[in-house]
Write a protein that binds this ligand. Structure first.
Ligand SMILES: Cc1cc2nc3c(=O)[nH]c(=O)nc-3n(C[C@H](O)[C@H](O)[C@H](O)COP(=O)(O)OP(=O)(O)OC[C@H]3O[C@@H](n4cnc5c(N)ncnc54)[C@H](O)[C@@H]3O)c2cc1C
Length: 413
């Protein structure tokens, strides 16, 4: 089979790139090649089925990696221009108290995928689904994609095959490995927007506990980043959006990263001391396992006391010495866990690392192979949780697709 522009991957960036390529050059044949039975599956699952498609507060702070994502996002049409004006999807900001997050007004990710599929039909973009690209050959002025028994030849190639995160949606890094063999430099890969693993014995007694607070990623005594929000303690990891946003640091600080949580960031040390001293007087007859019952859920209160003082939990609160109270306060204000790994790809929403920024030019065309473009998660940029990764997928897809379409003869309607 022959086509003008082949797009590997029918996810957020691939669909957008195909649309942008066809809009830039209506005379070309554009074909999406998708491994799964349908395109857009990960978009449907995104944002718990609601699709957090962008964020009102978007800056360099929210992206990590060698590709300068924000520079590209800022020069492309924004979410209103693309989704509302162009695709006809009404959007709202801040669904369910998620400050800054932008969602379709319908609160359903299907609205996004339906609008995109309608646009693909309208533009006459072909889709070949259930077809996995297993090899790529680059010749002087064309590419050959090896897909099982069939080869697909194209003049231009857009690679939008995603990263390693959430392999049930077709993303197992296969194309990244092919590109590596073709000479592409990759930045170290690890799960991003994911829980961080902690030794299970350190979490004993905490499974299922959720608490709002402040959590920092720390290495060698240096605070790398601090996030506020709800953290959840699980059997062998800590999750929650605030932790997800620290996971990308694992790639750089593997083996020397820890998490430090302040479980009461709105109360100073002295305020907390005053509170506990008051409890020591008013509830002195109760066992020490009840000391923090008025602040935290039972399991967390017991965990904090048990891990701070060396005495039976049945001892009376009035018996606690000042030194022991200080130890309990220290634990509440700086509960520390060594990070021993990141969670499996199944639990990650994005990939830290990927094809290095030095492999592409300002239009996302490969510097190694003219006529080959890259977009989306396969490139080395990871956004925070909150619509940043999808915004990158749409913007990079628009840029790569538009540049690719224009690069073929007959460009422009
Ligand atoms: C559960 C979940 C929820 C998320 N929620 C949000 C959210 O609300 N907001 C947000 O900003 N981000 C969210 N993300 C992240 C976001 O969805 C991704 O970063 C984004 O979809 C990446 O787009 P992409 O086009 O680069 O890659 P993908 O969407 O991963 O698409 C790549 C496509 O390429 C196909 N493919 C791969 N290899 C081959 C091959 N060899 N041959 C043919 N096809 C191939 C895959 O099947 C896949 O369809 C979420 C991720 C997950 C997993």
């Amino acid at each position: 089979m022959k086509t003008d522009i082949a797009v590997i991957g029918g996810g957020a960036s691939g669909i957008t790139a195909a649309i942008a390529a066809k809009e830039a050059n209506s005379g070309v044949r554009v074909t999406i090649i998708e491994k799964l039975a349908r395109t857009g599956k990960k978009i449907i699952a995104s944002g718990n089925g609601k699709c957090n498609l962008s964020n009102m507060k978007l800056s360099e702070y929210n992206y990590h990696g060698s590709v300068k994502a924000v520079d590209i996002i800022e020069k492309m049409p924004d979410y209103t221009q693309f989704f509302t004006d162009y695709l006809g999807v009404l959007c709202v900001s801040g669904s369910e108290g998620r400050e800054g997050g932008i969602y379709p007004r319908s609160n359903s990710s299907n609205t996004i995928v339906n609008a995109m599929r309608m646009k693909l039909d309208e533009l006459g973009i072909e889709e070949i689904c259930g077809c996995e690209v297993m090899g790529i050959t680059a010749e002087k002025d064309r590419f050959t994609l090896i897909c099982g028994d069939e080869n697909i030849r194209c003049k231009r190639l857009i690679i939008a095959a995603g990263g390693y995160a959430a392999p049930t949606f077709g993303t197992d890094g296969g194309i990244m490995r092919i590109l590596k063999n073709m000479g592409y430099k990759t930045a170290k890969i690890c799960p991003a927007v994911a829980p961080l693993r902690v030794a299970p014995d350190k979490l004993k007694g905490l499974k299922g506990v959720r608490v709002k607070g402040e959590i920092s990623a720390v290495s060698g005594g240096k605070v790398l980043r601090t996030e506020r929000g709800e953290m959840q303690f699980n059997e062998n990891n800590i999750s929650g959006i605030c932790v997800f946003n620290l996971a990308y640091l694992f790639s750089e600080y593997e083996g020397k990263l820890s998490l430090k949580a302040d479980l009461l960031p709105d109360m100073s040390w002295n305020e907390l001391k005053g509170y506990i001293e008051n409890i020591r007087k008013s509830r002195g007859n109760l066992p020490i396992e009840e000391l923090l019952t008025g602040i935290f859920v039972k399991n967390l209160g017991v965990y904090l006391v048990k891990n701070s003082v060396d005495r039976p939990l049945t001892d009376k609160i009035s018996a606690l010495k000042n030194k022991e109270i200080s130890a309990i306060i220290s634990r509440i204000k700086a509960l520390e866990f060594e990070v021993c790994g990141c969670s499996p790809w199944q639990n990650a929403q994005s990939t830290m690392g990927g094809i290095h920024g030095s492999c592409v030019d300002g239009n996302l065309q490969s510097r190694l192979h003219k006529g080959l473009y890259l977009c989306g998660e396969i490139l080395d940029t990871a956004g925070d949780c909150g619509g940043y990764n999808l915004q990158w997928a749409w913007s990079s897809g628009m840029l790569a697709g538009g540049s690719c379409g224009k690069s073929l003869k007959g460009a422009g309607k």
